[in-house]
Design a binder for this molecule. Sequence first.
Ligand code: PBG
Length: 324
Amino acid sequence: MILHQRPRILRSSPAIRSLVAETIITPNDFIAPLFIDEGEGILTEIASMPNYYRRSIDLTVKEVKELWSIGIKSVLLFIKCKDDLKDNTGKEAWNKDGLMQRSIKAIKDAVPEMYIMTDVALDPYSSYGHDGIVKDGEIVNDQTVEALVKMSISHAEAGADMVAPSDMMDGRIGAIRLGLEQNNFTRTGIMAYSAKYASCFYGPFRDALDSAPGFGDKKTYQMDYANRTEAIKEALMDVEEGADIVMVKPGLPYLDIVREVKNAVDVPVSVYNISGEYAMIKAAAKMGWINEDKAIIETLTCIKRAGADLIATYFAKDAARLLS
Ligand code: PBG
């Protein structure tokens, strides 16, 4: 055969493959989510997330030190709220001495360089397990936004570098930006969960925080997975309202959305490689059906190839180790 093009030439050895590789992941790309619990010396494995844990603050600080030492630059904090502090206002969310606020301070004290992001949504604090305030069976928007603003300011006060609203209420990014400005938090960033879909893949996360909705589902605020155009609209709105970073979530089944959003916005795009995606790889690996290490690196590389500038992933630590 006489061919003008032989694409296999560029695949013929590890050297040439690495020379032409378009996408390279490094620990700089990762955000490590952390689940925090009350108490001391607490380390609880999450049943549906093997080798992932909920930790008390002391052990969280230890973990953050380790993450920093292997090159992870950011953590995303989630707390498990005690049942007796949950209500329908979410007021524990902006308690100065709440678990989140104490965690932020403890981490900042121990590892000041670590970039701290915090989840902003009412679900861990809600007696209904919803991301907002409930009235007559409905998740009310504007009153929820007021609560989210208070929550964000309180995280900034405690020392968070960036707040990450994951609630999908309308207008919350603009309101949070305004609230931060009015309170002089001019260095606090906003990572907006802009295109967050109502997904069954959040199941293991809700186990981790005991935050499953008590009635109904989250379809009146999180997006319908049948839709694409809406994701671009949401991302553009959030940029307009003041988001520093926009997020697409979940990751793997939504990589088309990641690319669309990446092409549409002029801010970094983050992707959340969520709990269900973690659980699936762990389960298949446990069965001996896939190679876990290879699955981790392939997954994260593909998410970055799709357009992710940052990736929130429960594999952050494993991947950093595998890459070193
Ligand atoms: C809470 C929140 C959720 C996740 C991040 N923030 C769950 C939900 O919306 O029900 C999911 C993360 C994951 O599954 O890993 N608003």
